[in-house]
Design a protein around this ligand. Structure first.
Ligand code: 87F
Length: 507
């Protein structure tokens, strides 16, 4: 519990009184000082430990287990799509990195380099991958010869390094992070287009079905797309407390740009030389940060049951003179029944903490359901279940334990999504004019506005909204488009609008 003792001092926010009974608790509230609240929650919830290199964080088992639960789902789904896993080296030779210098130009300051081994300078410095296009595609060129070599669908689970200079935040913006990167090559654009959307749907499911976070599927503007590609699709989430959109994951159609650069050619069925069509797609540990920001509360983390390492924590409540052994046995039997039914359950039998302290401890860690077993429960052959999401308490007969707990976990998962969606929807504002746009932006809204889809107009929106809080930009053009009546004008330029697009400040 080391992290918990090291309370952060300073910060601008109001301190909340630390709970007397337990010595646990957070010193900042989510609404009063979101930034400090977040830092405290990820540390006290045992997801993160701060490290002595800025922008780098230790991911503790509690965070990794969430990552692994998403990974198990996604990995199985892409395998159904015939994607194969592989592993390419961490290091990039400067030659290939330069090859795509057009698109790397903007990113160059973020590339980290190895320049020495021991005391001696390397003859040629070596880059650390910020993403693996330049690492992988020379080999795609070698491996792809004829149409029978297509499609080539590879994925790797790995770390990448981007030497960010803006304010680092655990999970959300770190200098090293974990992700999966998929890189595929097809004979036709149609196949590539289809895959872009299949992957995007998997990303939606990770957010909505696993993390219980509503997202919007859509297409990025020309300004916001991956410059090396043809078009970019994304799932976009929203953090109501900060009023910022956040790109949840991206699925790009790269077109033939990289195929040209890296000469990824093949002989088609007619015996002619042709160029492949490529996609790339990724989601990262940022997903976990979004989950903490959306669901966490003043008691700590709130984990959706589908990603929680421990779904049910069983706590004995032995008053003095009670049948302590009987209570402990009931706890063990409860864990055994739940585990047998595929529910992840643990008992907290530590004898050096009070039940109350344990309640707060597991609330901080966000365990979805707590089961308390005291003398009265033992006598009545029941247990008491307490939901993390809404605090609701229910007595459950041990006869119906498994089905009742299953039902409650499903309800918690659904309720987390419903509440998050309600809050997100309450932050969406439909505007038609610039004045309405500025007002909504000031109210930390995610704004849906009719747009002429011109790059210069987006640049202008950015310029006109520049300030301390960061400029507004387009988040995505949602695939689900409301009706756009004839004659609707662009909110920013007054020209005829072509589409509805989401705008806002973002991470
Ligand atoms: C930072 C440094 C160097 C993003 C970078 O989104 C290069 C880059 O290419 C860079 N930051 N990007 C874009 C990554 C595009 C693409 N790569 C594969 C993805 C999905 C996975």
């Amino acid at each position: 519990m080391a992290g918990r003792e090291q309370k952060k001092s300073g910060g601008g926010g109001k301190k909340k009184e630390v709970k007397k009974e337990t010595g646990l608790g957070l010193s900042f509230t989510k609404d009063e000082n979101f930034g400090e609240w977040y830092s405290e929650v990820v540390v006290n919830g045992e997801m993160i430990e701060y490290y002595d290199i800025s922008g780098c964080y230790i991911l503790r088992p509690w965070a990794i287990s969430i990552w692994e639960n998403m990974q198990t789902f996604f990995d199985a789904e892409i395998k159904k799509m015939k994607v194969k896993n592989c592993y390419f080296p961490l290091f990039v030779s400067p030659g290939v990195l330069q090859k795509e210098k057009d698109h790397i130009e903007g990113f160059a300051p973020e590339v980290a380099w190895v320049t020495k081994s021991g005391e001696s300078d390397l003859e040629v410095p070596i880059a650390i991958r910020p993403t693996s296009e330049t690492v992988m595609y020379p080999y795609y060129s070698k491996w792809i010869r004829g149409h029978r070599d297509l499609p080539l669908k590879l994925n790797q689970w790995c770390n990448v390094v981007r030497w960010e200079f803006s304010h680092p935040t655990p999970f959300i913006r770190s200098r090293e992070f974990l992700w999966q990167e998929g890189h595929t090559a097809f004979a036709t654009k149609e196949e590539a287009d289809t895959e872009v959307l299949q992957i995007l749907e998997l990303y939606r499911r990770i957010y909505e079905e696993f993390l219980a976070i509503p997202v919007i599927k859509g297409r990025k503007s020309e300004l916001e797309k991956f410059a090396g590609g043809l078009y970019t699709t994304s799932v976009e989430a929203f953090i109501p407390n900060t009023g910022r959109g956040i790109q949840g994951a991206t699925s790009h159609c790269l077109g033939q740009n990289f195929a040209k650069m890296f000469e990824i050619n093949f002989e088609n069925e007619k015996g002619e030389k042709a160029m492949v069509w490529q996609n790339s797609w990724a989601y990262s540990t940022r997903t976990i940060g979004v989950m903490v920001m959306v669901h966490g509360d003043d008691k700590g983390l709130v984990l959706p049951p589908k990603v929680a390492a421990v779904q049910v924590i069983v706590i004995p409540v032995p008053y003095k003179d009670a049948d302590t052994q009987g209570i402990f046995d009931a706890c063990a039997a409860t864990v055994a029944s739940l585990s047998e039914a595929g529910i992840s359950a643990e008992a907290d039998l530590r004898d050096n903490y009070s039940p109350g302290w344990k309640y707060s401890d597991w609330e901080m860690k966000g365990v979805p359901l707590r089961i308390e077993i005291g003398p009265r429960d033992l006598a009545n052959n029941q247990v008491r279940a307490v939901r993390r999401d809404n605090g609701a308490k229910t007595d459950i007969s041990r006869v119906f334990l498994v089905e009742q707990v299953k039902g409650m976990l499903d309800k918690i998962q659904q309720n987390l999504f419903d509440v998050a969606k309600q809050k997100r929807d309450a932050c969406v504002e439909v505007v038609k004019t610039w004045d309405e746009f500025v007002t909504a932006l000031g109210q930390k809204k995610m704004i849906l506005a009719p747009w002429c889809d011109e790059e210069d107009v987006e640049k202008d929106v950015k310029a006109r909204t520049k300030g301390e809080m960061g400029a507004a930009k387009s988040l995505c053009t949602p695939f689900e488009q409301p009706e756009l009546p004839e004659g609707t004008k662009c909110f920013a330029s007054g020209k005829p609008a072509k589409k509805w697009t989401y705008w806002g400040r973002s991470y």
